[in-house]
Design a protein around this ligand. Sequence first.
Ligand code: SAM
Length: 235
Amino acid sequence: MNLLLLEDADFITTDRALLRGRRLQHLHEVHRAETGDTLRVGRLDGLMGTGKILQLGSDQAEIQIELNQPPPAKLPLTLLLAMPRPKMLRRVLQTVSSMGVPRLVLLNSYRVEKSFWQTPFLHPEAIREQLILGLEQARDTVLPEVIIEKRFKPFVEDRLPQLAAGSLALVGHPGEYPECPRAVNQAVTLAIGPEGGWIPYEIDLLQGAGMTPVQLGQRILRVETAVTALLARLF
Ligand code: SAM
């Protein structure tokens, strides 16, 4: 936790907050914080700044807050991700949030196991929890938007062209395709496939919606590694 992220409910006055639970435990166990220490803080969907610990106990901490700095800019990106298996979903949500992705679409695909859609990790509260961990890691305050699309064809045919309009629209796909561009200077829509990869029919539909397949070399990367590698290369 590189940023103590505060929510509206934590504030007892405009510039004082009370902490309990996970974040308090983190202050004690990781930061080994003491009364009088100053921490980096942020307000969810708001500014960042500093917090001075006024009182630190085993059940709560009172912190004086000064917020004066905007959060970092997000990437100009919409990321489409074939729904990963639940364990990976949690990690990918943190990565996406840490890397500054403003909008994530979790998409069905032929090689996504149906059971993945039943996971409790897809509940809005569970998604939010992972996104917040990512924001705390990266020092950001603004939650990404997460859209769930359980029907591939209608999404790609009816919604994707509009979503991707005006952006560089790419689909990560290992094979004999152009190399993924580097350090682009424009908005991007990027699709990353499931563990088993996209099937040819899906690539055809994605191309029909204006997306170009690109590759990162011969090495087949895990989904979470592909997310990081593709974003690092593009931006
Ligand atoms: N056997 C699958 C295939 O050949 O497509 C591997 C899928 S990979 C585990 C999951 C996703 O990560 C892919 O669908 C692609 O979007 C992305 N990916 C992984 N390695 C890649 C590479 N070398 N080039 C481009 N995309 C890659």
